[in-house]
Design a protein around this ligand. Structure first.
Ligand code: PLP
Length: 409
């Protein structure tokens, strides 16, 4: 089966007694057992029976199973949000004095999680310019456990040379941890490029047009966890399943970052139309970016699909002929950005992406507002930049809206 067919049909058995074509929502907290022995077996992990929906739930498990099938992951654990997925993985693979290596080009809340929340618990992050992978090698020390990266960074839209980063990681037996939210498994295959663990905010493309918040951790089963000192006991006992066991029987369960059955249902439904929405929004973004080049009010159009983009080569190499649905515009000033945003009639002012609607935001004054201008500069977020997350409308309507708003600035 090819990917779009697989997303719809998978090899999903239909166990529903009524023949329902949709997997039902099992909205129950607890599940009943026939005997004390059966409960014991479930708690010991000898059977896969559901006991309590914070730990597992049939609708949520179906979502995880389908995600694993279509992404080719070995195992999937879903979470209440993308941030919950990132947090749960980091709490699972690290501990006191551990460090991870990352580019400073990161989703804003991920940077805040690293710099504020996790720092207090002794996990540190070393920021390296991933444009020069050899710098990564120099920064590795005996406490380094993983290299963290984003497929297309948000909002800088950088695409690093993932292959050389993976090569360094495997030479030093480090885990590679990829936030694949902007590309999804539809545009970037972690399995093919040797990524070990993928995190994804299913809030975005998967949810079917911004219906619900959700996240997932995808383990590709290609890392030997005995090389991670925080997981070596699990690796001895459970081999390839070390991380999945750590999550399911400890971190995911104890932190309560479970996805709700309602949200899992909506995300299952949303996932079925993923290819249509990815292709339409990426195609719209490419047309818009190409047509906006050279507009007198625009200082720069930043989109990895433009031939003169610094990231065009990597985009071609990794993204299966598409370039994502986000682009940024550099306008003459912050004031010009605000005026432009205020004069848009169709494009909505909102902080999200992969909605069916085209959305716009000024990242410096919103997602990155907690940092001083100098810090924002280091993070690749300029005051003159607006981010447009392109939706699936008719491209001419989006284009006309942008043009009329540019005339005002
Ligand atoms: C939105 C986003 C997240 C966080 O996801 P939530 O579901 O909002 O918690 C993480 N990484 C990237 C790249 C994102 O765009």
């Amino acid at each position: 089966m090819r990917i779009s067919t697989k997303i719809i049909h998978g090899d999903f058995p239909n166990p529903d007694p009524h023949g329902s074509l949709k997997f039902p929502i099992y909205d129950s907290v607890a599940f009943e057992f026939n005997s004390a022995k059966d409960i014991e077996n479930a708690f010991l992990g000898r059977t896969l029976a559901h006991s309590y929906s914070r730990i597992s739930n049939p609708t949520v498990s179906e979502f995880e199973r389908r995600l694993a099938t279509v992404s080719d992951a070995y195992g999937v654990v879903s979470t209440s949000s993308g941030m919950a997925a990132i947090t749960a993985v980091l709490l699972s693979i690290s501990g006191k004095e551990a460090n991870i290596l990352s580019s400073p080009y990161l989703f804003g809340n991920t940077y805040s999680l690293f710099e504020k929340t996790l720092k207090r618990f002794g996990l540190s992050v070393k920021y390296i310019d991933f444009h020069n992978p050899e710098q990564i090698e120099k920064a590795i020390d005996e406490n380094t456990v993983a290299i963290y990266l984003e497929t297309i960074t948000n909002p800088q839209l950088a695409i690093f040379d993932i292959e050389s980063i993976v090569n360094i990681a495997s030479r030093y037996r480090l885990l590679t941890l990829l936030d694949n939210t902007l590309a999804t498994f539809y545009l970037f295959s972690s399995r093919e490029w040797g990524i070990n663990i993928e995190v994804i905010s299913t809030t975005k493309y998967i949810s079917g047009g911004a219906t619900t918040i959700g996240g997932a951790i995808l383990d590709y089963g290609n890392y030997d966890y005995s090389y991670n000192r925080f997981l070596s006991d699990e690796a001895q006992k459970y081999g390839k399943n070390a991380l999945l066991v750590r999550l399911k029987r400890e971190v995911h369960r104890n932190t309560g970052v479970c996805l709700s059955p309602h949200n899992a249902y909506l995300q299952l439904l949303g996932m079925e139309t993923l290819p249509l929405r990815v292709e339409k929004s990426c195609s719209n973004a490419l047309i818009l970016a190409q047509r906006l080049i050279g507009h007198p009010k625009i200082k720069n159009v930043n989109y990895p699909g433009l031939e003169d983009s610094r990231y065009f080569k990597n985009a071609k190499k990794y993204l299966k002929g598409w370039y994502g649905s986000l682009f940024t515009l550099e306008l003459p000033s912050k004031e010009a950005c605000f005026t432009f945003i205020d004069n848009l009639k169709l494009i909505r002012k909102a902080t999200n992406l992969h909605d069916n609607k085209t959305l716009i935001i000024h990242p410096a004054s919103t997602i990155f507002c907690e940092y001083p201008p100098q810090k924002r500069k280091e993070l690749g977020v300029s005051e003159e930049m607006v981010r447009i997350a392109v939706g699936i409308e008719d491209v001419e309507d989006i284009y006309e809206d942008i043009i009329q708003a540019l005339e005002v600035i």
